[in-house]
Design a protein around this ligand. Sequence first.
Ligand SMILES: [Zn+2]
Length: 221
Amino acid sequence: MFLGHFGLGFAGKRLAPRMSLGSLFLAVQFADLVFWILTLVGAEHFRVSPGATRVTPMDFFDYPWSHSLAALAVWAAIVGAIYWIGRDSLAGGLVLAAGVLSHWFLDVIVHRRDMPLGFHGPYFGLQLWRSLPWTIAAEAVVFGAGLAMYLSATRARDRIGVWALWGLVVFLAAAWLASALGPPPGSERAVQWIGLAMWVFVPWGWWIDRHRVLAKDRAAR
Ligand SMILES: [Zn+2]
C-alpha cells in the first residue's frame, strides 16, 4: 500500500494534535523507509517481475527486517520510546508505535502472501493487488478519510499551509497512479533510488504542519 499509509499519518493528528505531521509520516512509512535503505546495502531483496500482480510488478521476497510483524514490533517500541523519552509524552510515543505497526496491517491487505509474521514466516497477504479498481478504491478511501480528518483538525496559518498540503496530496496521488498505470520500471536500481527519495515526505510533512494551526486553537482565539 502507498497512499493509505499517508492517510493513517494524517489521521494521527486527531490522536496526537501536538505531534508534527512529519513524525507521523515517519512512523507510518517507517517499514518502507528502512526497506529501501536495506535493499541498497544488500540486506533485503526484491525483484522487478512484470505481471507479479495486476497493480505492481514488484516481487518482494526477502524483507524480514523491515516488513515482518516481529521486527516492526521492535521498531515500533524503539521509535515510540525515543519520542516518549525525548518529548516526555507517553501518549505521543504510543501513537507513533501504533503508526509503525499499522504499516504491516495495511500492507497485508494489498500484498501477495509475502508479508512475514516472524522472520521466516508464516506469510500473509489478502492480495488486493490482483485487482486495480479495488486497489485504487482502497487506497483512495483510506487516504481520503485520513486527509479529511487532518483538514478538520487543522487550519492553514498562511498560504504555504494551503499549497504545501495540496501540493503533497496531488504529488502523492499522481506518483502513485503513474506507478500503478505506467510501464514496469527498467531496473531494481531505479526503483531503489525512487524509494529512497520517499524520505522527502518526512520534512515535507513537518513543513506543512509548521504552516497550519489546530482548528480548536484557532477557534479559541
Ligand atoms: Zn511496505
